[in-house]
Design a protein around this ligand. Structure first.
Ligand SMILES: *Cc1c(COP(=O)(O)O)cnc(C)c1O
Length: 395
């Protein structure tokens, strides 16, 4: 049997591991020793479930979309992560990690953010737990994402603009790692996706796996069996997808479809189609597929959707792709926009641009009428309204 979950040394096939500077060994080792016993403890399970229920608003509904079902000729359910507190799946992870940090005796939280969504989800749980919070954000992103910067500040976080490199996510991440190196004892670094050195990809996947645990229960209620024929999710770093597929990795009856951001086209030079274009390399502490030049310089990714323009991909997904366990479909900006406007008009749901990439993948799959499909709607579109307004009337 192929192995799709992490092995004892922190690898998914050839991908993963912990490639970190000497000074971080202790932090990362402490976390590696602590995370599983904490996650499996009674107290964590109780606190986490209660916060997910009462604070985040879980379980998120599994909604049968009549309109999508008719149009694509299969039974299509939407897993409504857009209805969570703060508007996306990211809060599942930050709630879990702050509980782990507290249990480990940490008193200060740092995070990196690109578009600001993970920064807001982190600042939110820091306000909840009354922990000081510093968020690193590239200066380019600070200028582009004023609302999220203001939200983080209102929540009590300190937002530090990063002026190195291209002043975007990759540079913010480097700065967060630097901070962690200088405050290894009191600080926990909350990474926002299934990326970074082991144990982060596995820890974040476990925290997000509540999504697939709920799908099992909800499908049993609605369909009398606990698995679908297809699971579809968008991938930036890969955390909403990891949560969606976690409980189904070893069930071969379930087809896994990952939608990555083609940007203006995979061959246009303006893209974030990491799995299609990537080659092996090490970024932010893990071996994975990266968009890079021949001499190993990271290529700046592009997508209309800020949450998908990461130059790497989680090691779990890199492995699922090379083992052919997952089908990876690239979706261009215009296809995502079209899918977003259609869902809005036909279902009264304005999706996040990231989630619209998953919706657009429906067009590219040939379903049988009896197929049951679960598509994760990772977030709501409030943060993307300015982009949508720009294209109103064109779709
Ligand atoms: C951040 C984000 C994503 C991409 O991150 P993953 O780790 O790949 O899930 C997708 N959708 C929304 C709504 C996001 O905010």
């Amino acid at each position: 049997m192929k192995q799709y979950s992490v092995d004892e040394s922190g690898y998914y096939g050839e991908f993963g591991g912990a490639y970190i500077p000497e000074i971080l060994h202790k932090c990362v080792n402490d976390l590696e020793k602590a995370y599983l016993p904490i996650i499996e403890s009674r107290q964590f399970q109780r606190d986490f479930s209660q916060l997910l229920h009462d604070y985040v608003g879980r379980p998120s509904p599994l909604y049968l979309s009549r309109q999508l079902s008719e149009r694509f000729g299969a039974k299509i359910y939407l897993k409504r992560e857009d209805l969570n507190h703060t508007g996306a799946h990211k809060i599942n992870n930050t709630v879990g990690q702050i509980l782990i940090a507290r249990e480990m005796g940490k008193t200060r939280i740092i995070a990196e953010t690109g578009a600001g969504q993970h920064g807001v989800a982190t600042a939110t749980v820091c306000a909840l737990m009354q922990m000081p919070c510093t968020v690193y954000m590239g200066e380019t992103d600070v200028k582009r994402q004023q609302v999220n910067v203001k939200k983080m500040e209102m929540l009590g976080a300190k937002v530090v603009p990063v002026t190195s490199g291209n002043m975007t996510l990759k540079d913010a991440t480097n700065e967060a790692i630097r901070d962690w190196c200088s405050h290894p004892t009191d600080t926990h670094y909350i990474i926002g996706s299934v990326v970074g050195p082991h144990p982060y990809p596995d820890m974040v996947a476990r925290l997000q796996s509540v999504i697939s645990k709920e799908i099992k229960v909800q499908l049993t209620e609605k369909e009398g069996r606990d698995y679908p024929d297809y699971l579809i999710a968008c991938v930036g770093g890969g955390s909403n997808a990891a949560g969606t597929i976690y409980e189904y990795l070893d069930n071969d009856k379930v087809n896994i479809v990952l939608a990555e951001a083609g940007g203006k086209g995979v061959d246009s030079g303006e893209t974030a189609a990491t799995i299609h274009l990537g080659s092996q390399g090490v970024l932010h502490g893990c071996r994975t597929l990266l968009m890079q030049t021949e001499d190993g310089q990271i290529t700046e990714p592009y997508s209309i959707s800020a949450g998908l323009d990461y130059p790497g991909i989680g090691p779990m997904h890199a492995n699922l792709a090379v083992q052919n366990r997952a089908q990876v479909i690239d979706i261009n900006d215009d296809e995502a926009l079209k899918a977003a406007f259609e869902l809005t008009r036909n279902e009264g749901i304005i999706p996040a641009l990231e989630s619209a990439h998953a919706l657009a993948a429906l067009e590219k799959i040939k379903f049988k009428p009896e197929d049951i499909v679960v598509l994760t709607l990772s977030g709501r579109g409030d943060k993307d309204l300015d982009t949508y307004f720009k294209y109103e009337g064109q779709y």
